[in-house]
Design a binder for this molecule. Structure first.
Ligand code: AMP
Length: 217
């Protein structure tokens, strides 16, 4: 089953996608993670993407469309995957429909993470990421065992440039203008399932499990 996670920055899509992917044993495809890895490696794609990402803007559609097409063609995606952070614009959504058609794949559900802006700003400004493996922590809600060190690999934690206040503002604007309109598109296609993404990581996860048919009773 192909699942798409849609929601404003800081709505917890990435955290929840990782947890669900582990439970369902399917890959978690995060376009943000893929792009950050390209930047880290200093590839041509990374060099093109970097300034857009640091400013909180969308990188050019042709980059994310090709990266997604390539990744979902990998054999480990044959029994499904969770795509987090794509599509994020009407052009990407159109290209996504076409690529699924070509590959004879069907979109299962688009999960829309609904959360109010205040919570999201707190989540983003307290977020810390591992420089080495990309694991995500939070100064209040998901503290690392040792301050500023990643629990998984011991790497140094840092604040993403796009989690600084100015970029957060831009990311919200971009989300409202370009990504939010996709909600209507998927509603019309009967694919949309909205969940309340406020509250603790565990409470959101249990709502998510219900929506994808693995509810805990
Ligand atoms: P994320 O980790 O999902 O918050 O993404 C971080 C940044 O990567 C975004 O602010 C964009 O600059 C870029 N990005 C991720 N996904 C996309 C996408 N589908 N289209 C364009 N840019 C993206």
């Amino acid at each position: 089953m192909i699942l798409v996670f849609l929601g404003p920055p800081g709505s917890g899509k990435g955290t929840q996608a990782k947890m669900l992917a582990e439970k369902l044993k399917i890959p978690h495809i995060s376009l943000g993670d893929i792009l950050r890895e390209e930047v880290r490696q200093g590839s041509d794609i990374g060099k093109r993407a970097r300034e857009f990402m640091d400013a909180g803007k969308l990188v050019p559609d042709e980059l994310t469309i090709e990266l997604t097409r390539k990744r979902i063609s990998d054999p480990d995606c044959m029994s499904g995957c969770i795509i987090d952070g794509f599509p994020r614009s009407a052009v990407q959504a159109e290209a996504f429909d076409n690529m699924l058609d070509e590959m004879k794949l069907e979109l299962g559900k688009v999960i829309y993470f609904k959360v109010d802006k205040e919570q999201v700003v707190e989540r983003l400004s307290g977020r810390r990421s591992c420089k080495n493996c990309g694991a995500v922590f939070h100064v209040k809600y998901k503290r690392p065992k040792v301050e500023n060190k990643c629990d998984l690999c011991g790497g140094e934690l840092y604040q993403r440039k796009d989690d600084e206040e100015k970029a957060i503002r831009t990311r919200f604007e971009v989300y409202a203008e370009q990504t939010k309109p996709l909600i209507e598109r998927y509603q019309k296609q009967n694919k949309l399932a909205a969940i309340d993404a406020g509250g603790s990581i565990e409470s959101v996860f249990s709502r998510l499990l219900s929506v994808v048919g693995y509810g805990r009773n």
